[in-house]
Design a protein around this ligand. Structure first.
Ligand code: C5P
Length: 302
């Protein structure tokens, strides 16, 4: 019998992103408040049992923004690891990705697809009475942002990305997302440019701490309340090296957004808006100028 599973894989925005220092494993320690957005990919999975004793097999197809459909894809990496621990009947697993989230964007699309695919399979396995796999361990091996997407919503993310503490989600504030055509910022390059020293002891993350306490106190009720807390350490190194991103930022600011924030290490920037009509009007204008741009909301549900 075939089983069909389906889920929504949301993009994220980093409301704060502080890079605290280099770790002995070569990664960087972070402090970041992540929040999921209404923009999302769809992940569809079909499982069919294999009759002959064999290892489970996997195929991957994608529509929308182009992505590799082999071992370079984070969903492939996640499900291969999942099936390495799988103790039930061998399965043929077909995955379809509907990519609405641009790639190389800092919006976490690939990580979200992997996190949601893992969650769908783990929930199904549990319903079938199989012991739950260690999803966090698998997620962490696939990528630093994947653990957050196992639950999404709003969370404080620390360590390399594996320490995820849920926070109260924000109201559905509107943003305009935008990216110049053909712009991408390699993540490893952006970390290197920060030239952080090796991490020593407990590093402080002042802007993240301030936002976390405001969220816990329920002090952020409007976009205007949120704007002063927004911060991304990567802006200092990425913007000076990418003139098209700086030009786009100036245009977004000229159209009256409250604050423009680089998403992850780029190349998408997110402008916090007063309301829906402002977000959609700016997105429309930017699309006419040749940018990729959409209006989106903060959205905790998956
Ligand atoms: O884990 P992920 O594949 O998303 O990371 C991509 C690259 O970004 C890593 O190879 C590493 O160079 C850098 N990185 C880092 N510290 C992190 C996350 C990523 O240095 N916490």
């Amino acid at each position: 019998m075939r089983t069909r599973l389906e889920g929504r894989a949301p993009a994220k925005v980093n409301l704060t992103l502080e890079v605290l220092g280099r770790r002995p494993d070569g990664y960087h320690a972070l402090a970041s408040v992540f929040h999921t957005l209404s923009l999302s990919d769809r992940v569809r999975i079909t499982l069919s049992p294999l009759s002959a004793p064999a290892s489970s097999t996997l195929t991957l197809q994608a529509t929308g923004f182009p992505v590799p459909t082999d071992e370079r894809n984070s969903v492939w990496q996640a499900l291969t690891r999942f099936f390495a621990h799988w103790q039930g009947t061998p399965l043929h697993c077909e995955v379809w990705l509907e990519k609405q989230i641009p790639t190389q964007a800092g919006l976490g699309g690939g990580s979200s697809d992997a996190g949601i695919a893992l969650k769908l399979l783990a929930e199904w396995a549990q319903e079938q009475g199989y012991p739950p796999p260690d999803l966090l361990a698998i997620a962490q091996q696939v990528g630093s942002d994947v653990p957050f997407f196992l639950n999404g919503a709003c969370a404080l993310v620390e360590g390399r990305g594996e320490q995820v503490r849920p926070l109260p989600p924000l109201p559905p504030f509107w943003w305009v997302l935008a990216k110049p055509p053909d712009s991408s910022v390699p993540t490893a390059w952006a970390y290197q440019q920060l030239q952080r020293p090796p991490l020593q002891g407990e590093a402080k993350a002042p802007t993240t701490e301030q936002l976390v306490s405001a969220l816990l106190q329920g002090a952020i009720r409007t976009p205007e309340d949120l704007a002063p807390y927004l911060h991304n350490d990567f802006e200092a190194v990425v913007l000076p090296a990418h003139q098209p991103l700086q030009t786009l930022r100036t245009q977004m600011e000229a159209q009256g957004v409250l604050r423009v924030l680089l998403c992850g290490s780029g190349a998408v920037q997110a402008g916090l808006c007063h309301n829906q009509s402002q977000a959609e009007a700016i997105a429309h204008t930017l699309r006419q100028q040749g940018y990729w741009s959409v209006g989106v909301q903060l959205e905790p549900t998956q």
